[in-house]
Design a protein around this ligand. Sequence first.
Ligand SMILES: Nc1ncnc2c1ncn2[C@@H]1O[C@H](COP(=O)(O)OP(=O)(O)OP(=O)(O)O)[C@@H](O)[C@H]1O
Ligand SMILES: [Mg+2]
Length: 354
Amino acid sequence: MAFLEAHGLTKTYGETNAVDNLTFTVEKGSFVSLLGPSGCGKTTTLQMIAGFEDPTMGKIKLAGRDLSAIPARDRGLGIVFQSYALFMHMTVAENVAFGLEMRNVDKAERKRRVADALELVHLGHLANRYPRAMSGGQRQRVALARALVIEPELLLLDEPLSNLDAKLREEMQLELRRIQREAGVTTLMVTHDQSEALAMSDRVLVMEKGRLQQEDSPFEVYERPRTSFVSTFLGKSNNFEAELKSISPTASQLLIGGRALTGPTVNLTPGTVEVAVRPERIEIVDAAEAVITGTVRERIFLGAQWMMNVATPLGDMLVIRRNAGRREAEIGDTVHLSWAPEHMRILPLNEVAA
Ligand SMILES: Nc1ncnc2c1ncn2[C@@H]1O[C@H](COP(=O)(O)OP(=O)(O)OP(=O)(O)O)[C@@H](O)[C@H]1O
Ligand SMILES: [Mg+2]
């Protein structure tokens, strides 16, 4: 039995389905991200689990218990919202102790648990500081300690790192994951940042327009996107239309830009499909091996990599090449592009594609 279970979770505001028939599970001790663009329903989902919003339809279970009749304050959850609102007139230790006072935990026990929580977030030495005299990352850790001190069964994080600058954010990603592992707390984190979700999670739930698009490990969701949306939302992807001619148990036959190509097998009916190829899987080859030929329109040097935009009959293709210390194709050059059949993802045609 999964630790957290959502079944057909739906929230409707007037005409909008903010959350539309969401079903997912979170295993005990795991770190799961709810990833999707702005307005896709991530916060609404978290608010329903926290008990601040009632679902229009559907059920949430925690450790087998139906949460619908349990008020927010009795759910025993640790919550960190985007604006983590520390009490500025209280010290770090007082901020962290607050939730324990509310629960009438006695003084000696309170002291011990606050010290443990601050130790966990590496802030023991700043227990008597005021939040206004701390950096963003330190405040973020106080907010985490405050959520963890009550020893929650489930930790809910809504964009917890969004107001930190890029470098601190990367450091805190590692730090947050260490804290989560050490505390062993089951965690559901909302983020719209795909690299953050990939870097931190055991599983990623990708949402679009209130619906669950895919649930997988970070590696699988990047390598085997099942929809056009997932392929382009996580990382960069070259997507183009192709004709799926036939399928066998081991392969598929495709027509791409007038060329017949063999691809991986797929569970779709023949017809027009969308093919996705990652820019780092495209190779520059001799004319005889080309899948498609184009002209380099832009070229950017990134130190470890070259990034090129190549205009082809299939549309503009982004090509990423590792810098091998050699000269690369230049703007205006004709280049022949190819990729291995297994690097093609064959997806249902996205009718709303621009
Ligand atoms: N109280 C409300 N009344 C009406 N509509 C709402 C309400 N709360 C959210 N919505 C709508 O529901 C949808 C989902 O909102 P939600 O806040 O869950 O998105 P989100 O994925 O968290 O976005 P972001 O990344 O911008 O925080 C949006 O279209 C939003 O406008
Ligand atoms: Mg939100």
